[in-house]
Design a protein around this ligand. Sequence first.
Ligand SMILES: Cc1cc2nc3c(=O)[nH]c(=O)nc-3n(C[C@H](O)[C@H](O)[C@H](O)COP(=O)(O)OP(=O)(O)OC[C@H]3O[C@@H](n4cnc5c(N)ncnc54)[C@H](O)[C@@H]3O)c2cc1C
Ligand code: SF4
Ligand code: SF4
Length: 428
Amino acid sequence: MGPIRNIQDVAEKHLCTGCGVCAFLEPKGIRMVDDLDQGRRPVVQPGAGVGASFEACPGKGLELPPFDPASGHLRELWEGWGGVLELWEGYASDDAIRFAGSSGGAATALSLFALEARGSSGVLHAGARKDVPYLNETQFSQSRSDLMRNTGSRYAPASPCDGLAQLEAAPKPSVFVGKPCDVAGLKRAQAVRPGLESKVEVSIAIFCAGAPSTRGTLEMARQMGVEDPARIESVRYRGQGWPGHAEVHGTDSHDQPVGGKLSYAASWGDILQKFRPWRCYVCADHTGEFADLSVGDPWYREIPADEPGRSLILVRTEKGRAFLQAAREAGVLTLEPVPAHILPDSQRNLLHTRGAVFGRVWACRMLGVAAPSFRRMGVGKTWLTQLSLKQRAQAFYGTFKRVFTKKLYARRPVVPMPEARTQKELGE
Ligand SMILES: Cc1cc2nc3c(=O)[nH]c(=O)nc-3n(C[C@H](O)[C@H](O)[C@H](O)COP(=O)(O)OP(=O)(O)OC[C@H]3O[C@@H](n4cnc5c(N)ncnc54)[C@H](O)[C@@H]3O)c2cc1C
Ligand code: SF4
Ligand code: SF4
């Protein structure tokens, strides 16, 4: 497939995660668009996408520093999960945030704490577009009501780094919330734009098994009875309980209200996860190893139906440790420390995926297909220690199959999606 020389190569050779960093660093030459089947992807003007934007792009691969025993990072978690200083479990002490949040509302509670108690300028994160509610856009939230509008995981493409200019221009430091690949993008952007470092109060990553394409959301809406995308009025994926439910509302061709609810298992398990783009299958960091704090679901036990929500919080940096401690002392979060094994017990599938990435990447290379490179990310060791022989064979042969079924051997141009068109026009 040839070398990866610029952002267009990254996007067309299936390496883009959709973080939006390239569009932030080169706003005149690159713009993020929604591609129905791939997600948020860059459209690159001739000659653009070769300088700092290419250098900062996390889609090509990721690299961790060597393990440092003096860092305080837990040795037993390093290979599988990156640097972790402390693990906590708990929830937002504010009941409304806990209920609205995907897990225990930790990301929103910490964001609000930064705004109200630390004087942060804003929170850069993702939320539904007002005009096209089945698409996302980057939000710079500056109040409780802004934050509450954008709680809940959106199992759909979002590119929060395309809004970094707002964070950079803000008078005081702000919070950044995003998926692990978004936080990796932020970190890379900070390396090429050093002024950005002091503009981030804290970075929070949400655990992520993969961001389904917009086609996934439209299929979920269709199964809930909203056939025409142009008639979708609201889409929620999770939250309002734990793990909560997906909910879509709209109207039919007679302007009558239609829509419904699906459990998390039915929406994610039966529909959305099938629409994850290939790049998510070769993603090594699903828990935000470049963030100050990471939040996810403590799925290590059976969840009673009336459970209002709990978050698992990983402290990854000293900055994250100090921020979480301040939030805890202020009573914003109700937390208890948990032992290291709670992480693999909660997210076993993510550990398996990290191991499988090793086989998938090698299978791609053998077939001449572009693949991200991971240095010191523990993928080889995870492959050897966490996967059975059968799982290793599946990772290899599954990739051989996908290279042909998904045509990964060929360049795939980014196709901007015509907005708010009908399902028929979208080729269903
Ligand atoms: C695509 C996707 C895959 C996920 N996979 C896993 C998983 O494998 N394991 C797991 O434990 N949890 C997963 N989650 C859920 C999420 O990591 C947890 O629910 C997390 O604990 C956040 O919960 P919270 O209550 O703290 O967040 P909330 O307080 O509800 O806040 C959520 C925050 O995430 C931001 N956000 C929402 N959607 C996106 C998006 N698409 N891109 C960037 N930012 C977004 C919002 O803007 C908001 O700031 C996934 C979420 C998404 C969006
Ligand atoms: S991964 Fe991010 S920086 Fe790289 S091409 Fe995609 S959007 Fe641009
Ligand atoms: S699986 Fe990885 S690449 Fe895909 S959206 Fe999640 S963090 Fe990004």
